[in-house]
Design a protein around this ligand. Structure first.
Ligand code: SIN
Length: 270
């Protein structure tokens, strides 16, 4: 794809690109916004360095891609409910996103994507790993693709957030989505189950569901489909949540890692 105003450097053949030539805190031109959309569709996760974003510019960037979503599991900042703090330090008992997942897939319309801005990161460690579920789908055998065609799976947020926040009396979303979804922009198919939210495949026995999901998770976790992002202070990762998994690596305890995330509303998977 030709980029005129952005410097887009692929990180791997399948997923990820570092984008230069842009200040995300400034209002973006139509051309910059269009090229960002193209780059996200082409590379699935975009990385930016040396950005200084406040909450307003962070939200403005997200709004170029759609309405902002309010996180269904974690409260946002008091004055900016669309902005969620991502923070870990010596007092942390867990960190956000430690297992492979796509964001909030238990929502009826899971997010289009998320933009994570980290201002403080450990000297080393604390990477985020992303995996292309498009590449994972494309590498399935024709027989497995045919088997999965038309199947759906249940995604439930309750076991996750009730374990994290036992004192909060709340029922979290639970939804059924196709096991293979079609990307609304690229038309490409991708695997749309994940080990965090998906509880079972509909219409088969639990044994069969466990076996198929177990196979898919091993297959989707193949490093051939991954890119690993090494954060520096003031870096940004912007992922397309419709066709990727990600996992935050908590290997830096008790160091501090801190930033903010906005999430862009998505549509019902098909
Ligand atoms: C998340 O899952 O949104 C957190 C990712 C990270 O902290 O690297």
């Amino acid at each position: 794809m030709g980029y005129e105003v952005l410097d887009v450097r692929p990180a791997t053949y399948r997923i990820g690109a570092e984008v230069g030539g842009i200040d995300l805190s400034a209002p973006l031109s139509n051309r910059q916004a269009a090229e960002l959309r193209d780059a996200l569709a082409e590379h699935q996760v975009l990385f930016f360095r040396d950005q200084l974003m406040d909450h307003e510019s962070h939200k403005a960037l997200g709004r170029l891609f759609g309405e902002l979503a309010i996180h269904s599991g974690v409260p946002g900042l008091p004055d900016h409910p669309e902005v969620v703090a991502i923070h870990a330090d010596e007092n942390s008992k867990f960190v956000a996103g430690e297992s492979w997942h796509s964001d909030l897939t238990a929502d009826a319309a899971p997010p289009l994507g998320s933009i994570l801005y980290m201002h403080t990161v450990p000297e080393y460690g604390g990477d985020t790993v992303f995996a292309s579920m498009t590449a994972a789908y494309e590498a399935l055998s024709p027989k497995m693709k045919a088997y999965l065609d038309g199947m759906s799976a249940v995604h439930d947020a309750n076991h996750i957030y009730k374990a994290l926040f036992p004192d909060v009396d709340k029922t979290y979303p639970c939804s059924t989505h196709p096991v293979v979804r079609t990307h609304p922009v690229t038309g490409k198919k991708s695997v749309f189950v994940n080990p965090s939210y998906t509880t079972h495949i509909v219409g088969v026995s639990r044994d069969e569901s466990d076996a198929i999901l177990g196979y898919l998770y091993r297959h989707c976790g193949n490093p051939n489909f991954q890119v690993r992002f090494r954060w520096r202070p003031n870096s940004v990762a912007f992922w397309d949540n419709r066709c990727t998994w990600h996992q935050a690596i908590w290997d830096y305890f008790p160091a501090v890692r801190s930033g903010y995330r906005v999430t862009i509303a998505g549509d019902k998977p098909f």
